[in-house]
Design a protein around this ligand. Structure first.
Ligand code: MLT
Length: 393
């Protein structure tokens, strides 16, 4: 063929981080079929969907089986019942967003990647280490990316100190993936003020908001001024076990505009053209997941995972290993022992304890020397991992 390809793809790493770790785990298991690998690597849930969700989805399947209640294409931004329920969910923690500012989709990862479509050639400000999708989707578009270094010194919560005041698209994830660190209200206010002053946009990823146990903001829209400079992307993947079921949303406030163009209008146009909505059955499941009863059940799952996090954190405390996360986040970000590099520790742990985590360096250069463990495993697997680590570290 003589077609031109998107040359920017050549600037990406050879493979996506989680595909690479999965490949190494498969390779190890193929060579060592008698060894049981415990995966605390990708942040994928292990508990099944809850009772409320399952019964709502069963009912929806029955509706789809009857010609009087069957439904075809779903509305591109979600059925009104779901958009209203999401708005209502926000109100339970004191945030006001209107249903028509909520755009439902099949995942936060998709929205994070797709939203780049509606912006021009802006400079991108990304914390390092970072969820790889922010970085990769901007590399794919050939954007100029500036990294802000997170480190042990700033508790892996970088601030805009010393950053030139010009318009950027800024990515913030809190509670953070991969580090589990959480921004306080005061810190997020500084970011919002910086965005307002510099004419920037913040894309705020709140996928882990349900894990906040202490007094931290669960939405960027808790912060004054945020409606003029922020978009929020949230998901039911980690909140209600929807990693395989797929339902998320993006909140675009009506106030948000660049010049005289409303950002909500652009996003609506993009979605209407390229997205055909989430299946009715899934939307019914999502509705149940954020209903008062469904949310209570979901929080029992969150508590179960946080019990795992506590078990991991206690081991690290006993061993005197530095870490962040694990209190308001399902991720634990630890400093590799004995000065090991991230991938070195990954191989060492796999080889000696058959435990798989995610190397910090895979999330960016500033992640070198760190390692991420998730609390999404089963309790049994987590306890077995701790037993192995207790002997090894
Ligand atoms: C992770 O392990 O970081 C997450 O599972 C990735 C994701 O949510 O896409």
């Amino acid at each position: 063929m003589k077609i031109n390809i998107n040359e920017n793809y050549k600037n990406l790493k050879e493979s996506y981080l989680f595909s690479e770790t999965a490949r190494r785990i498969r390779e190890y298991s193929a060579k060592n079929p008698d060894k049981k690998v415990i995966k605390l690597s990708i942040g994928d849930v292990t508990l099944p969907l809850t009772k409320s969700v399952i019964s709502a989805m069963h009912e929806a399947v029955d509706e789809m089986a009857d010609k009087d209640t069957f439904r075809g294409y779903a509305p591109e931004y979600g059925y009104d019942f779901l958009r209203e329920a999401v708005a209502n969910y926000y109100s339970t923690f004191g945030v006001t967003v209107a249903p028509d500012e909520i755009f439902c989709s099949d995942g936060a990862k998709s929205d994070v990647g797709n939203i780049t479509d509606i912006f021009g050639d802006n400079e991108i400000l990304i914390p390092d280490p970072v969820y790889p999708v922010y970085m990769d989707s901007n590399i794919m578009n050939g954007r100029k990316i500036t990294l802000i270094k997170a480190s042990e010194e700033n508790g892996f919560l970088p601030m805009p100190d010393g950053i030139a005041e010009k318009p950027y698209i800024i990515y913030i994830c809190s509670p953070n993936n991969p580090t589990g660190a959480v921004y306080s209200r005061e810190q997020l206010k500084i970011w919002v003020d910086f965005a307002l002053k510099s004419g920037s946009l913040i894309i705020f990823d709140s996928a882990y908001e349900a894990y906040i146990k202490e007094d931290y903001p669960r939405s960027i829209f808790e912060i004054e001024g945020s409606r003029e400079c922020c978009i929020e992307i949230c998901s039911l993947s980690k909140t209600a076990g929807f990693t395989g079921t797929r339902c998320a949303w993006t909140v675009v406030p009506q106030e948000l505009s660049a010049g005289d163009t409303k950002i909500a209008k652009l996003w609506a146009r993009r979605q209407a053209t390229k997205f055909n909505g989430i299946p009715y059955v899934v939307q019914k499941g999502a509705l149940a997941a954020i209903s008062p009863e469904g949310h209570k059940e979901a929080m029992e799952c969150v508590d179960y995972y946080m019990g795992n996090a506590k078990i991991i954190a206690e081991l690290l405390d006993r061993k005197g290993i530095w870490y962040t996360g694990g209190i308001n986040s399902p991720y634990i970000w630890l400093k590799c022992p004995n000065g090991m590099g991230s991938w070195e520790f990954f191989d060492w742990l796999l080889e000696n304890a058959q435990i798989a985590g995610t190397p910090g360096a895979g999330f960016g250069e500033a992640g070198e020397g760190f390692f991420r463990l998730t609390s999404f495993g089963s309790r049994e697997a987590t306890l077995e991992a701790i037993e192995r680590l207790e002997k090894l570290l």
